[in-house]
Every structure is written in structure tokens, then in C-alpha cells.
Design a protein around this ligand. Structure first.
Ligand code: CTP
Ligand code: CA
Length: 226
């Protein structure tokens, strides 16, 4: 009986998840992106679905296939991801921002392929909108979870992002550690809330991290609902 109940911890909940690395176009055949594989976000989507949630997955560039049984929305740029998320925000109970959003995009995207005429060219970049911060500002009852990939002073940066972006929970990982970086099947993470460090998980599979994270979220929103 307990097993069944645990499996359905998110029954009836609408969960919006972002995954992958955004693609910022320079011209029709070239772009800026990052090493995100999408594996962490996909593991969360798959696990949320198995826990009974209705999942919408907004995915940018990923190197693994998306899980089935979820509503998949494909996007490229941070701006497209922002629009896709904002459109669905009011209809979500939980928002999990696992995507690696490019911090900058080219000021302009050339309509035609750039020819190699000049010895030197410049690609001017401009800051992208912060999707998580926007969600943090707009949220009403939604439980909002952010991610932070850090290479130093994890606790400090994580708490700063949590506060700045008005998240309910933040998942931080030290990408310099073995098995915790982009593209791996494992992750080494810590959870933070407003009060500080909640849990430091040992190295485990991304599916294991997803299960721990979603179980914690389910507990937290149940307490909130009373
Ligand atoms: N994020 C976002 N929109 C952006 C940049 C980041 O929604 N334009 C989200 C990410 O999806 C992640 C969280 O913010 O959930 C933290 O991303 P991270 O890159 O660690 O933080 P930044 O605020 O971009 O700061 P920095 O890269 O300078 O550490
Ligand atoms: Ca960033």
C-alpha cells in the first residue's frame, strides 16, 4: 500500500520542466550553445510522470531522446524558451528549470551565411533574459525550483541565486567534480531552500537525483497545502 502511494506522490500535479542547452543563432548554419545533454531534465520529467504528474517538457538542444508520456515542446533560443515557459506558467503547479540557458546571444542573427571575407570578425553578444528570475517574479502559487552549475564556492553562489531568483528550492552541482558535470549519467548535488542547505546527496544516477528531488518537492507542497 505504501509502495503504491509513494509511486503516485505527484498525482494530479502539473509539472513544467525545462531541459537541454539553448541554441543562439549567429547565422543560418552557426550557433552558440553549451555542453548540456538534457539528461538531468529528462530524468526529472520521466520520474515526475512515473509519480503521477502531468508533465510538460520544454526542451532545447539535447543529446539524448526525450522521454515518452510527456507533452514535449521543442525550442531553440532562450527567448523562445522564455515564451514557452511564460505561456504555461499559470497552468503549472511546479516549475523545474534544469535547462542550461545561454547567458548571452548574438546581438543580430545574419539572414545569410556569413562569408569568410575578412581576416577578423566580431560577434557582439547581448545578455539573454533570465527565465528563472522572470518566473520567480511572476509566480503566484507555483513551487519553483532552480539549478546552479558551479565551479567554486557552491553554497554561497547557490544561496545567492536562490534569493535573487526567488526560488523555493535550488539544486546546485559542482561541475568540477568527477561524475557531476555535463553529459554524465550521474550527478552530485545539494538542495537548498530559504533557510540554507537542506541535503547533500552522494554521487548517484541522474534518475536517483530526480527521485530524491521530486520526493522532497512533493513533501514540501503537501505541507504547504496542509
Ligand atoms: N537561468 C535562466 N535564464 C538564464 C540563465 C539561467 O532561467 N538566462 C536559470 C537556469 O536554468 C538555472 C539557473 O537559472 O536554473 C541558474 O543558472 P546559472 O547559469 O547557474 O546562473 P546564472 O544566473 O546564469 O549565473 P552565472 O552563469 O553567472 O553563474
Ligand atoms: Ca549562466
Amino acid at each position: 500500500r505504501h509502495f503504491f502511494r509513494d509511486q503516485r506522490l505527484l498525482a494530479g500535479k502539473k509539472v513544467l520542466i525545462t531541459a537541454g542547452g539553448t541554441v543562439e543563432r549567429i547565422d543560418p548554419v552557426r550557433y552558440l550553445t553549451n555542453d548540456s545533454s538534457g539528461k538531468m531534465g529528462f530524468a526529472i520529467a520521466e520520474t515526475a510522470r512515473s509519480m503521477g504528474a502531468q508533465v510538460t517538457l520544454v526542451a532545447a538542444k539535447t543529446s539524448v531522446p526525450a522521454p515518452g508520456g510527456v507533452e514535449l515542446v521543442r525550442v531553440q533560443s532562450a527567448q523562445e524558451m522564455l515564451n514557452a515557459v511564460i505561456e504555461r506558467l499559470a497552468d503549472s503547479d511546479i516549475v523545474i528549470k534544469a535547462a542550461a540557458v545561454a547567458d548571452y546571444r548574438p546581438v543580430e542573427t545574419a539572414v545569410r551565411k556569413i562569408k569568410k571575407n575578412d581576416e577578423e570578425i566580431n560577434v557582439r553578444l547581448v545578455k539573454n533574459p533570465d527565465i528563472l528570475q522572470t518566473v520567480g517574479r511572476m509566480k503566484t502559487t507555483q513551487y519553483v525550483v532552480g539549478f546552479a552549475a558551479e565551479t567554486e564556492r557552491i553554497d554561497e553562489h547557490a544561496m545567492d541565486k536562490l534569493q535573487r531568483k526567488n526560488c523555493d528550492l535550488l539544486v546546485a552541482n559542482d561541475v568540477t567534480l568527477e561524475g557531476a558535470g555535463f553529459g554524465t549519467d550521474t550527478n552530485l548535488v545539494r538542495f537548498y531552500d530559504r533557510q540554507g542547505l537542506v541535503e547533500a546527496l552522494p554521487l548517484m544516477s541522474k534518475h536517483g537525483v530526480a527521485r530524491q528531488l521530486l520526493t522532497l518537492i512533493a513533501e514540501r507542497i503537501q505541507t504547504k497545502e496542509g
